[in-house]
Design a protein. Structure first.
Length: 187
């Protein structure tokens, strides 16, 4: 079964760190968009002042943003290449050290919740205990700036439910205080 949701795009944000691909996938919705306009808007929001790219280490380099339309089974796809480096202060802690950013529509339904492993983190973002984040609120603020930058361009960061073939607006963004790891980034 092909996922079809009108006015919705799945967008992958791809970077590299230490030869390892770092890919995050989000949903974006908004009427009258095209894959090229969505990919360009997401790249701009990712790079916005105080946004997510500003919290990633200089060892992280953007590769591309790919937007895929879910309007139909034959929805358009567009890729915007980029090579901007992260501008976060401090050295890379490890490619596996991530912040777990959770977001949702403010309900208890699983189809209205999402998460993202954001990283890799810098040594300055990790406390001396090697287990907790120094300031998780800084990463939350970066994602709020990302969300706002998309909204200024008439696009909405959303949660895509494959099960229900629906979307939900993000009203709550939080960063967990404990470091999260993705085993696939350790390879």
């Amino acid at each position: 079964m092909v996922l079809v949701i009108p006015n919705t795009y799945l967008v992958s944000i791809k970077g590299m760190s230490g030869g390892q691909e770092i890919v995050n996938v989000i949903g974006v919705r908004g009427a009258g968009n095209t894959a090229i306009s969505v990919a360009t808007a997401v790249l701009g929001a990712w790079k916005t002042t105080g946004g997510p790219l500003s919290k990633l280490p200089t060892a992280y380099q953007m590769v591309e943003v790919k937007a895929m339309s879910l309007d139909s089974a034959n929805g358009d796809v567009y890729v915007v290449s980029d090579s901007t480096l992260g501008t976060g202060s401090g050295n890379l802690a490890t490619n596996a050290a991530c912040a777990l950013v959770t977001y949702g529509a403010g309900t208890r339904a699983k189809s209205t919740k999402g998460r993202m492993y954001f990283g890799p983190l810098t040594e300055t973002q990790v406390n001396a205990d090697g287990r907790t984040l120094a300031t998780p609120s800084v990463i939350t603020t970066a994602f709020q700036a990302f969300k706002t930058a998309l909204e200024i361009n008439q696009r909405e960061w959303c949660i895509v439910s494959r099960k229900n073939a629906s979307t939900a607006p993000i009203t709550l963004i939080q960063t967990q205080g404990t470091i999260a790891t993705q085993r696939r980034r350790i390879r």
